[in-house]
Design a protein around this ligand. Sequence first.
Ligand code: C5P
Length: 312
Amino acid sequence: MSRPGAVTVRAPAKVNLELRVGTPREDGYHELATVFQAISLFDDVTVTPLEDAEPGTVEVGLSGENTDGVPADESNLAVRAVRLLTEQTGIDEAVRIDVRKHIPVAAGMAGGSADAAAALLACDVLWQIGLGRDGLHDMAAELGSDVPFPLLGGTAVGTGRGEQLTPALVRGEYLWVVAAHSRSLSTPAVFAEIDRLRKGKVLAVPTVSQDLMQALGAGNPAALGAHLANDLQPAACSLLPDLLRVLEAGDTCDALGSVVSGSGPTVAFLARDGEHALDIAASVRGVDTVAAVHQVSGPAHGVRVVSVQPQS
Ligand code: C5P
């Protein structure tokens, strides 16, 4: 069978419907319990073999509406994904990675993690390794706490540092309005801020709420909206106080719920229906610190091969 040429993989952004944060661990990470949902906002990652380049060459190309702040060097998580796969398999064929970005950057939506997950699957297909999503999980976890989830997609409970996943039973489709902020937040800085805010407090072992899981199982958006929660939200708002104005813009339209996603600063609002989503989007667009508003749905699929070019 002939080897494939360029492989394109589509990877989803995520929102955290609930994020509970425990105490810091010895390794510096925090024990988490979270519910991830993949949403219909995707990056496309194309990995193309470079026939005439030195083995081990990895070139990067960035395009799309959101590339500010995305590194095009070795620190790009997609490049690190290819390097890790090379290290583990011994295959060091030269490639070019083209990332077409739609997911906001450094925004709490795991866009860099999605690109890394996509690069892993694209190389797995390109190099005919055959690991598949399950076989790529451990490498994904080594790259970052949020990298395994986009491999899976859908809705899942994450524990450990977020990398241990259990798919969740979900009925129905949820309509989200996602507001990206004009500024970004550093994940380590937000975790450091929650430690500062909670200093001296005795913390329970983090668990996800049964009410939220039941709302998902019943396909009840109103109940889900009432149980959206993120322990990192006060820390994100402390570092970026104008996030409160973004959250209020959703309240004025009676969003079913609103939550800062992950370490922020993106805010996700849950809508009743398409018309309600339009209202929320219009209201949120009126906040001057909001950089972009996306109307999306969840749960969305995990990484998926969308095209394989024949070898030229
Ligand atoms: O795993 P990842 O590299 O994405 O994590 C980035 C940073 O976020 C970590 O270095 C740590 O500061 C913080 N983090 C944490 N606890 C987690 C996940 C991330 O403290 N469970």
